[in-house]
Ligand binder design. Structure first.
Ligand SMILES: [Zn+2]
Length: 152
């Protein structure tokens, strides 16, 4: 089966509220290349209109917000990102969505995160040392490469 067929049959629905961007397509491809059986909905919003839940002093380009509905995720993104940057960053965030869907990543409170059944306090562990971030940084380029192929 070809990759494009798998993507075509993938039931991820992405609604972007950022006009004139490819964020919806990028996110759908990024998720579908990782799991073509995924059935979730993702809403993409402007990060400037996000609730203030990010760590202070940490300047992010995007983040994922879990909702009480296990199949619905919000992704807040900087709307000014270039195409290349947005592919990279949304690929990174898509890895976190997969971690959530698989139940391996659980956001307890802003400062407490459970990853693979272990609880972490975010203020006790550097951003780049967090295992869910290591995994996202480790996978994002492979995902981004597949997304680029599919956008052509
Ligand atoms: Zn991350």
């Amino acid at each position: 089966m070809t990759l494009s067929f798998l993507i075509f049959s993938c039931l991820v629905v992405v609604n972007s509220f950022i006009p004139n961007s490819n964020f919806d397509k990028i996110m759908k491809h990024a998720l579908c290349v990782q799991d073509s059986d995924l059935k979730i909905e993702v809403v993409i919003m402007d990060i400037n209109k996000s609730p203030k839940i990010t760590e202070s002093g940490f300047n992010m380009s995007a983040f994922v917000l879990q909702t009480p509905i296990t199949t619905l995720f919000y992704v807040y993104v900087d709307p000014t990102l270039s195409l290349n940057r947005s592919i990279k960053i949304l690929s990174h965030e898509s890895v976190h969505i997969i971690q959530y869907v698989e139940g391996r990543l659980v956001t307890d409170t802003i400062h407490e995160i459970i990853f693979e059944k272990r609880k972490y306090r975010t203020y006790e562990i550097d951003y780049y040392d967090r295992p869910w971030e290591r995994e996202a940084y480790g996978n994002q380029n492979r995902v981004a490469r597949e997304v680029k192929k599919l956008l052509k």
